[in-house]
Design a protein around this ligand. Structure first.
Ligand code: SF4
Ligand code: SF4
Length: 645
């Protein structure tokens, strides 16, 4: 019966997932096997937080070890004198069972302590009652297992040496060898079996379905660059024009992987805990976003499948999530990095934006000028392209003209460092340092356009793809093979997204190239004693693993001091996801980051991104901080004797 109840629900869930659109997740099998071993079996992402991670890992590993005891108990329930051949007689297995039963029990106690005594804020909005019920069931399962083993030892029915089960053996002293114990042995084994069967029947109706779906979701998790968005295909000859997918409008627009994502959420709140939008009081919680999509899927999916009259796939926005939730996200990726079961929140959010922008022309009004300027002027500042190289005046930087031989390195300046007064300093410093090191480099000048990143993160895939194709054509015609970019957003797009459009280059961030030049002795910084705290840009550290090189540069010119949230666990400056051009609801993310930097006692806040420069400099001004915000390249240029910026 339990199997039937489980199978009936599982079949419904599979049928709902089959409503989803295709997702290219069947490639790169060796990498998928690796992530299964490391993330699912090894529980690596959970262990990022040691206490709760160890607790959860022990329960998970315990269930793997204890799995054969389910069969043993079922055999033992119908025939007291039978067990699994061979394994049921092994002392070492009995020891593992004893040990893990105890560890699972202790872990369940720890879980209750965390939930009931510590009560971390990350559980706000989670279904606590359901989790408590499941934990109580797990405690019941392992307790009855230990008691069953104890009574068998007391009755001399154990097929393994009792000394291999120290816990059950100690408990056996509670029982005599008479009829009462015989009855209790039956009670415990049947209670154990019935609890397991109840658990099986309840599982697919609860969030603990993740025990199964997590294994699937991790296997089909992304294997390609974390900063890359999956391109939409607008010209598939096999798809009629009116069926082209424009992001996620209704649940049937979601991919099957996105649907599995929603069924995998454990409601642990780790994503919510690190989300800068949530931390500053905005409506967005990545956890509630995924839960909202899941609830919608489970409510509307069965109606669609039954073909009930009037059943239609209602819009996801605002039925599953609100407009504000969709627009609050800065695409920093903290949620994705933290999620222990490989849920890809950014893909959900960008797909919701894509539909709102491209199918409904519905987006925050203040972002409209940015999109218009990108389309008309090829940059979000709306400046004339001819002014793009104005920052080079007096520097003697070479501008690559059509037909010129390709330089060793093309410096991709980016719109912010080209047009924003404060961000321009990064470009000037980088150019001076490259010149000092004798690097053969050039810029594209007016032939460089916006990479399309802000339009893409806003949801306008049309505009992004038009710019991607145009820029790739310019770069390929110029014979460029190596690019250095100052902006982590440009860096991410050039390195991870342009290959989808035929642009394959060696792409470096300016801090990587400068660190290489310092290591090679081509730039010799002068050490200083200023305390410098380095802010990791999300698109550099979390999305692209660039963390060591900028720190080497900071160390070369001053005394580094780390913020609590640094490296891959950095906290966004507030500009990502096109938020540079959107009004902010709730608290200011940039001010929160400046507060975190101030806590270190440093006098300088080093950055490696023109957007971070602008946002954090604004944050310093509005919060009254005394910090000086400067790009790592500028600090390096300042340190070189005789070459002030
Ligand atoms: S990407 Fe960043 S802002 Fe967006 S939901 Fe995740 S943590 Fe929050
Ligand atoms: S999305 Fe991931 S991190 Fe967030 S609550 Fe669900 S399982 Fe936890």
């Amino acid at each position: 019966m339990a199997g039937g109840i489980f199978a009936r629900r599982a079949r419904l869930l599979v049928r709902i997932m089959r409503l989803g659109k295709p997702a290219p997740r069947f490639d790169d099998v060796p990498q998928r096997v690796r992530q299964e071993a490391v993330v699912a079996i090894g529980q690596r992402k959970l262990l990022q937080r040691l206490g709760p991670g160890v607790m959860h890992a022990l329960i998970f590993w315990g269930f793997i070890v204890l799995f054969p005891t389910i069969i043993m108990a079922m055999i033992g329930a119908v025939d007291r004198d039978a067990t699994l051949p061979w394994l049921g007689h092994q002392g070492w297995f009995a020891f593992l069972v004893d040990l893990f039963a105890l560890l699972v029990l202790l872990s369940v106690c720890a879980a209750f302590f965390i939930r009931k005594v510590q009560r971390p804020a990350r559980f706000e909005g989670s279904h606590m009652g359901e989790a408590d019920f499941i934990l109580a069931m797990i405690a019941g399962i392992v307790t009855t297992l230990l008691l069953w083993h104890a009574t068998r030892i007391a009755l001399g029915l154990n097929e393994w040496p009792a000394s291999w089960s120290p816990v059950a053996n100690a408990l056996s002293n509670l029982f005599g060898g008479g009829n009462g114990t015989k009855l209790l042995e039956r009670v415990f084994v049947w209670a154990h079996v019935l609890l397991i069967l109840s658990f099986l029947a309840y599982l697919p109706y609860s969030k603990h379905l993740h025990i199964i779906t997590a294994v699937v979701n991790v296997f089909f998790g992304r294997t390609r660059a974390r900063g890359r968005l999956e391109p939409l295909v607008f010209d598939d000859p096999d798809v009629p024009e009116d069926e082209i997918r424009l992001g996620s409008g209704t649940l049937t627009d979601m991919t099957w992987k996105q649907m599995v994502d929603t069924a995998t959420c454990t409601e642990c709140g780790r994503c919510q805990d690190v989300c800068p939008a949530y931390a500053t009081g905005k409506e967005l919680s990545p956890k509630l976003l995924i839960m909202g999509l899941r609830d919608h899927l489970l409510e509307v999916g069965p109606k669609l499948l039954s073909g009930a009259e009037g059943a239609d796939p209602q819009p996801l926005v605002p039925n599953a999530v609100t407009d504000d939730v969709v627009w609050d996200c800065v695409t920093c990726g903290a949620c994705v990095h933290e999620c222990p079961v490989s849920i890809e929140h950014i893909d959900h959010i960008v797909d919701l934006r894509r539909h709102l922008v491209m199918a409904e022309a519905r987006f925050p009004a203040e972002a409209e000028p940015m999109l218009r300027d990108v389309e008309r002027s090829s940059n979000p500042w709306g400046k004339a392209q001819q002014e793009r190289g104005d920052w080079t005046h007096g520097l003697g930087v070479k501008v690559l003209e059509p037909g010129d031989p390709a330089p060793e390195v093309l410096y991709w300046v980016g719109c912010a460092a080209s047009f924003d007064e404060r961000a321009r300093q990064t470009a000037v410093s980088t150019a001076k340092l490259l010149q000092a090191a004798g690097v053969d480099f050039a810029i594209l000048g007016p032939r460089e356009s916006c990479t399309g990143d802000p339009a893409r993160r806003m949801g306008n895939e049309y505009v992004f793809q038009a710019f991607a194709e145009q820029n790739v054509e310019t770069l390929n015609e110029s014979g460029v093979t190596k690019i250095v970019a100052s902006c982590p957003h440009c860096f991410n797009t050039l390195a991870n997204e342009y290959p989808d459009f035929g642009g394959r280059y060696e792409v470096m961030h300016h801090t990587e190239l400068l660190a290489e030049l310092v290591r090679d002795g081509r730039i010799e910084p002068k050490p200083g004693d200023a305390q410098i705290t380095y802010h990791d840009s999300c698109y550099l550290a979390r999305h692209n693993d660039v963390m060591a090189d900028p720190r080497q540069l900071v160390e070369a010119v001053g005394t580094p001091v780390e913020m609590e949230r640094s490296g891959k666990r950095t906290f966004c400056c507030g500009a990502g996801g096109a938020h540079m051009w959107m009004e902010e609801r709730g608290g200011a993310i940039n001010e929160e980051r400046v507060r975190q930097a101030d806590e270190t006692g440093a006098e300088t806040l080093a950055v490696a991104c023109p957007f971070c420069t602008v946002m954090l400099d604004d944050g310093v001004r509005t919060s009254g901080s005394k910090l000086r915000v400067a790009d790592v390249a500028t600090l390096l240029a300042e340190s070189i004797v005789g070459d002030p910026p």
